[in-house]
Write a protein that binds this ligand. Structure first.
Ligand SMILES: Nc1ncnc2c1ncn2[C@@H]1O[C@H](COP(=O)(O)OP(=O)(O)O)[C@@H](O)[C@H]1O
Ligand SMILES: [Mg+2]
Length: 207
């Protein structure tokens, strides 16, 4: 029996990009022939809402299926105020780098790493012209975080309940870059994000 990869998308604070990351990672998986499924903890949750609009080419379910699902990778789209460190070994933690959002991330990160979790951080929607946001982003990137800049592509996609991989967005501004960033994150999840972190450290030495 094949092993299904389990990934939690977690940050107890709302509006950090969890659902955005979950649906777009799933869409990126579809692009490379890996079958994803999203478990949205809340029936009214964002990824479930997207699914009901009918534009997604993968399944979103409201709870963990009893039967082993036909999927290669399952993304758990956690809800806001879910303070419990998820059970999966790998946790993807998105955050927006504004100062008042950062404290929740740090607290949650510490609790997850004290439980030995592999954590992949994604800084999203950062405004590089704001000095404090840039400082936070640069620091986390040096620590191995992935960065997705603030981009109108995501606003447009979310208005239409689409992922950025939807062909309708093929001509959107800088769409190829945004898709590449998401696909790279998926790659790190599929290989082992820690390997990438090490490589990044080594590269920093060489430069
Ligand atoms: N890089 C980005 N550029 C623009 N908007 C973004 C970006 N990342 C996230 N967003 C937007 O931020 C909002 C909150 O994201 P969401 O995924 O719903 O957060 P959460 O699931 O953590 O509550 C959404 O409207 C999403 O489209
Ligand atoms: Mg959400």
């Amino acid at each position: 029996m094949k092993k299904i990869k389990l990934v939690s998308i977690w940050n107890p604070k709302g509006g950090q990009g969890k659902s955005m990351i979950a649906i777009n990672l799933a869409a990126a998986a579809m692009e490379i022939g890996i079958k994803p499924m999203i478990v949205c903890q809340d029936q009214q949750g964002t990824s479930m809402l997207y699914y009901r609009q009918g534009n997604l080419n993968f399944e979103v379910v409201g709870q963990i299926p009893e039967e082993k699902p036909d999927a290669d990778i399952i993304f758990f789209d956690h809800q806001a105020s879910d303070w419990e460190v998820p059970n999966t070994n790998l946790i993807v933690m998105p955050l927006k780098p504004a100062r008042d959002q950062y404290a929740t991330y740090i607290d949650a990160f510490k609790r997850a790493s004290s439980k030995g979790k592999d954590i992949l951080t994604i800084v999203t929607d950062g405004q590089a012209h704001r000095k404090s946001e840039k400082t936070t982003t640069d620091y986390l990137e040096k620590e191995g975080a992935f960065v997705i800049p603030s981009s109108g592509v995501f606003s447009r996609a979310s208005e239409e309940y689409r992922t950025i991989f939807d062909p309708v967005l093929n001509k959107a501004y800088k769409i190829a870059e945004r898709r590449r960033e998401i696909t790279k994150i998926l790659g790190a999840i599929l290989i082992d994000q820690l390997v990438q972190k090490e490589e990044k450290k080594e590269l920093a030495h060489v430069e």
